[in-house]
Design a protein around this ligand. Sequence first.
Ligand code: TYD
Length: 258
Amino acid sequence: MSRRKQIYEGKAKILYEGPEPGTLVQYFKDDATAFNAQKKATLDGKGVLNNRISEFIMLRLMEIGIPTHFIRRLNMREQLIKKVEIVPLEVICRNVAAGTMSVRLGIEEGEKLPRSIVEFCLKRDDLGDPLVAEEHVYAFGWATQGEMDEIIAMTLRINDYLQGMFAGIGIRLVDFKIEFGRLAHPDGLGDHMIILADEISPDSCRLWDMETNKKLDKDRFRRDLGEVTEAYTEVATRLGILKPNPSTANISVISSND
Ligand code: TYD
């Protein structure tokens, strides 16, 4: 790894230069942060689980025609991805009130929303990723109206698909955050296409067991509920990525090529 040039280090991932032009290697760390990195910890195995879960979800989404940056998983902690210019927005989609929406609007956590809601936060750690309106996006040129139409349509399709996928394994998709990037158009036209980037994992979703409402996501870390990697392992097991192994917390990976 030291041979590779590091492009960027985030809170939970590192990006390295990829083997071919236009590619990057996305490395999943075990580090967890919350509340704008005021709370930090290392959770053994989290990076391995998120790499696998995000791979699984990106592949399913590609099957239904969502363009993504994912090319292939390289090993336990790394995946090869397409290099994109990230749209500086965190796109949040919510089905059930939780987290900052509950606080901001005084809606009890767990209340089903009348419809799915898409929100945008500006990616600015120094400002605590503030909520912004679409008007801000256009006025400050963070994305065009055409790009936002694509982003919103894709987000709602992703939400529909993932709600069904998780419901099938007894999990409620409460909310999630995704990011998009611009990729030069493959046909060489001057415009760019918008593709799904970053990751989709229990770090970036709220996932509740449908029967017990047990949290199976990063809120276990944010709220000191304990058993964080055990919850992520549960998600991976229910998705069929890991073999059920009730006797140990060891991660036994199905059909691994690592
Ligand atoms: P939200 O309730 O806005 O914030 P918080 O997680 O601080 O309570 O989060 C909505 C969903 O989006 C939740 O599943 C966490 C995810 N999210 C991120 O992964 N990263 C972020 O920077 C933000 C703002 C949200």
